[in-house]
Design a protein around this ligand. Structure first.
Ligand code: PAF
Length: 282
């Protein structure tokens, strides 16, 4: 496994791979890897010849009061995990290389980004769309892999790739969960023991809602209220949103029908966790 730390060397590597007729799979990450990231690598290894994992903590997608400065970092550990998982190249560019002085170009996806996390994190998706476009242009992948946990991000990127004719397949890989159901996230490291225990309520409340829906409940407000009540019962939890949306446009639904997503964002102290499930309702 190689670690490439600048854009021009990455471009040279990509040119050589393309000349050899090799397909490239890209797994974009911000590092501090966990099993969720490795499931993306596993999928990439199945479909593409060369797997590139980018590790770049993108300041553009963090709000001024968010955790950019203290976002967990551990390159050595990431390199070990990536090597074991079969990553071919880690692309680890510097901040200056990605956003040199005078940088002035941004990408905005005007659908899918207004609701859910878009409401509470202004600028977040613009930051994600911009860095992902840059990574796509540098690495020129045939396929790029994103996790379902960040459903809104993944759908936005798929839309962006299609709208801008990027000719990149965007694959969305299922959420990987701990044994007790908590979705894997680099931010889980911030949780105290008590918060970690409380955080299990996210998946429990989503599964409980799924049962309600499967048993015939079609009133979105009632389902949302049940999820909210379960989460509020946990002392350390503070709800940012519980939303029930369609999976095409991510708009709030009143009546539950078609393919829907139930999505939550909840703070445990300063740690903001998200989770979701999708359900097909006939
Ligand atoms: O999901 C993430 O880790 C980030 O949003 C991404 C896609 C690597 C862009 O910075």
């Amino acid at each position: 496994m190689k670690t490439i730390e600048n854009i021009s060397r990455m471009s040279t590597f990509v040119k050589i791979m393309k000349k050899e007729g090799k397909s490239i799979g890209l797994v974009p990450t911000m590092g501090y890897l966990h099993e969720g990231h490795l499931s993306l690598v596993k999928a990439a290894k199945k479909h593409t010849d060369v797997v590139v994992m980018s590790i770049f903590i993108n300041p553009l997608q963090f709000g001024p009061k968010e955790d950019f400065q203290k976002y967990p970092r551990d390159l050595k550990h990431d390199e070990e995990m990536a090597r074991e998982a079969g990553v071919d190249v880690i692309f680890y560019p510097s901040l200056k290389d990605i956003y040199p002085e005078g940088y002035a170009t941004y990408v905005t996806v005007e659908k899918l980004t207004g609701n859910l996390c878009g409401e509470s994190r202004p600028g977040h998706f613009r930051g994600v769309a911009t860095i992902v476009t840059k990574l796509f242009n540098i690495v020129k992948p045939d396929v790029a892999y994103f996790g379902q946990k960040d459903m809104q991000q993944a759908l936005m990127i798929r839309k962006m790739a299609s709208d801008l004719n990027m000719d990149i397949e965007v694959k969305i890989i299922p959420i990987v969960r701990d044994d007790d159901g908590l979705a894997m996230s680099s931010r889980n490291i911030y949780l105290s023991d008590a918060e970690r225990k409380d955080a299990v309520v996210l998946y429990q409340s989503l599964k409980n809602a799924e049962t309600l829906i499967k048993n015939g409940e079609r009133d979105a407000r009632k389902v949302i209220k049940t999820v909210e009540d379960m989460i509020r019962a946990k002392q350390s939890a503070r709800i940012e949103y519980v939303k029930l949306v369609d999976t095409k446009e991510l708009k709030d639904l009143k009546m539950i029908t078609g393919e829907i997503a139930l999505a939550v964002a909840v703070f445990f102290s300063n740690t903001r966790l998200i989770d979701n499930i999708t359900i097909m309702v006939k």
